[in-house]
Design a binder for this molecule. Structure first.
Ligand code: ZN
Length: 208
């Protein structure tokens, strides 16, 4: 079941420029790298997948995230990112300001930030083989929890509080086929972890 691309929360969107090129430079470099690897992209049915975010260090409740329906675009600019200014994942709403609405998975990112004050970057990708490899080897969300719902946010917070996720910094979304989330104290930590997992997985497949 691949149902990404549909925003399930209530989005209060202020359509106004709010992101500078400098603010998203590193984030966009990582995003484009994962696009090149096929971990962010678009399915044949036209639905995009994969999204990235960074916490705003001057306001820890806010974060910048790639916009909705951007997965299939080869290159993004600051126009395809938006600033999440407020949210409440229990009540299933968020407010964002930018030239595009936030990704359908923005509240999942919000849950990671809420549960981990030291985490400042979140990368969500899709990859069937890596998803299968990592399932139950790293913290894995319970079955039948769909993406982009308060239940998924609650489940991620539960996993984060179990402790091992603090070291692992990667989780599998079992009820969201192909879905993986990596995060870190900064972008490089999150990006390099995911890259390492991806390359190791490739290597194991070749070896076997
Ligand atoms: Zn997804």
């Amino acid at each position: 079941m691949i149902d990404e691309g549909y925003v399930k929360y209530q989005c209060h969107w202020v359509n106004s420029p709010s992101i500078t090129r400098e603010e998203i430079e590193d984030l966009n470099q990582w995003r484009n790298q994962f696009y090149q690897l096929g971990l962010i992209g678009q399915y044949d049915n036209g639905i995009g997948f994969g999204n990235v975010s960074i916490r705003c260090l001057d306001n820890p409740h806010q974060f910048i995230i790639s916009g909705t329906k951007t997965g299939g675009l080869e290159q993004l600019t600051e126009k395809q990112y938006t600033l999440v200014t407020d949210y409440n994942w229990q009540e299933n709403w968020l407010t964002c300001r930018g030239l595009i609405e936030a990704s359908s998975e923005a509240l999942t990112h919000a849950a990671v930030y809420t549960a981990n004050p030291n985490i400042n970057a979140v990368i969500h990708v899709h990859h069937l083989q890596l998803w299968k490899t990592l399932m139950n080897k790293v913290p894995t969300t319970a079955e039948n929890i769909p993406y982009g719902t308060p239940e998924m946010a609650q489940e991620i917070i539960r996993l984060c509080q179990m402790g091992n996720l603090k070291e692992a910094k990667i989780l599998v979304m079992r009820g969201h086929e192909e879905g993986i989330i990596a995060f870190g104290r900064n972008l490089d930590e999150a990006g390099n972890l995911l890259l390492l997992m991806f390359k190791q997985n490739d290597y194991e497949l070749i070896k076997n």
